[in-house]
Design a protein around this ligand. Structure first.
Ligand code: NAD
Ligand code: IPM
Ligand code: MN
Length: 361
């Protein structure tokens, strides 16, 4: 059966890293006859330039037809002056909500070869293997009302609304409990239940769900403490579940534990396991088009696509092993480079993964 993969390079370093991930997936596809069929479309600033909108209808309909979507990144200074509703980021948010991709899995895994690239001491981060389960289609990102209003006084007021209903909390909770069950059986739910009613409800629903998962040990932590604990002793965590905004922030923090934001892949899944996959980082305008970006988070996101959307565990594992091989060979893009390792660019890194892949297929 043919499976459609849609590539959405987007902006900034997006095209640089997608080119490498596409080559790696293409190689696996050919060698293993995976039956993947590749498509490509515009999103974000690139789509604004070409079609006047960050998420053209054509892109959305091709996204609906794809079994898996691999996105680079969107956004950049060129579009920062636009109104919120017209910005490149809306393209990404529109894909997430339009496809119902509520479950965002962000695995922060430290490759042993990168212990020295982490900003924490090797003995604190070694063995790091955390899964952040972030709710992706609700919370303050999507809550209504929102906007900027002019008050009677003439002063303006910005409004966003933080809301979750019980079923939204329960469905992301289930994903997290199921994930914890398949890992080390520990789940930490992160909230601000001491201040925000919405997260007090979140905590109640998680407690309620826990009765269905007696094999999973549930704990709770306030987000401020969690931000601190992640850098104090990250290995205390197994699976973390949290809302949209806390998950956004904590996953960037967790990324740095793995050596670089350029190492963290992600999957965003809906109820039917259709998925959009993307590195957790942004479009890095400061290094775009300079052959400096680390393509590994994107290549690893491609591996997650093969695993979660297509059930191709063998090919996914082979790509992950190939990434491990190039790190073992000492190849490093600037973000993970340290003394005694070999500095390479985006292309050379991608090509090295592609050659290493052959030994695992
Ligand atoms: P960013 O993640 O783009 O960059 C932060 C820092 O990390 C920069 O110094 C950048 O050079 C570095 N970096 C990021 N990815 C890297 C990689 N693969 N290799 C090496 N270094 C890397 O975050 P930002 O600067 O806050 O945002 C820039 C733009 O990206 C904004 O327009 C923002 O809205 C957008 N953004 C998009 C996504 C997405 O598309 N998923 C995610 C985050 C930010
Ligand atoms: C991410 C990004 C996005 C988010 C932005 C670009 C909309 O930061 O994927 O982490 O906040 O979810
Ligand atoms: Mn983010």
């Amino acid at each position: 059966m043919t499976q459609r993969v849609l590539f959405l390079p987007g902006d900034g370093i997006g095209p640089d890293i997608i080119e490498q991930a596409r080559a790696v997936l293409g190689h696996a596809n050919e060698r293993l006859s995976l039956g993947l069929d590749f498509d490509e479309a515009l999103v974000g600033g690139a789509a604004i330039e070409a079609a006047g909108t960050a998420l053209p209808d054509d892109t959305m309909s091709r996204a609906r037809e794809a079994g898996g979507i691999l996105l680079g990144a969107v956004g950049g200074p060129k579009w920062d002056h636009l109104e919120m509703a017209n910005r490149p980021e809306k393209g990404l948010l529109g894909l997430r909500s339009g496809l119902g991709l509520f479950a965002n899995l962000r695995p922060a895994f430290l490759y042993p070869q990168l212990a020295e690239a982490s900003s924490l001491r090797p003995e604190v981060v070694s063995g790091l293997d955390i899964l952040i389960v972030r709710e992706l289609t609700g919370g303050i990102y999507f809550g209504q009302p929102r906007g900027v209003e002019t008050l009677e006084s003439g002063e303006r007021e910005g409004i966003n609304t933080y809301r979750y209903n019980e079923s939204e909390i329960r469905r992301i909770g289930r994903v997290a409990f199921e994930s914890a069950r398949q890992r080390n059986g520990r789940l930490c739910s992160i909230d601000k239940a001491n201040v925000l009613e919405v997260t007090a409800l979140w905590r109640e629903v998680m407690e309620d769900l826990a009765t269905e998962y007696p094999d999973v040990e549930l704990s709770h932590m306030y987000v401020d403490n969690a931000a601190m604990q992640l850098v104090r002793d990250p290995n205390q965590f197994d699976v973390i579940v949290t809302g949209n905004m806390f998950g956004d922030i904590l996953s960037d923090e967790a990324a740095m534990l793995t050596g670089s934001i350029g190492m963290l892949p992600s999957a965003a899944l809906n109820e039917s396991k259709q998925g959009m996959y993307e590195p957790c980082h942004g479009s890095a305008p400061d290094i775009a088009g300079q052959d400096k970006a680390n393509p590994l988070a994107t290549i690893l996101s491609g591996a997650m696509m093969l695993r979660y959307s297509f059930g191709m565990e063998g090919a996914a594992g082979a790509i992950e092993k190939a990434v491990q091989d190039v790190l073992e060979q000492g190849l490093r893009t600037p973000d993970i480079h340290f003394e005694g390792t070999q500095l390479v660019g985006t292309r050379a890194m991608g090509e090295a993964v592609l050659s290493a892949l052959d030994t695992h297929l």
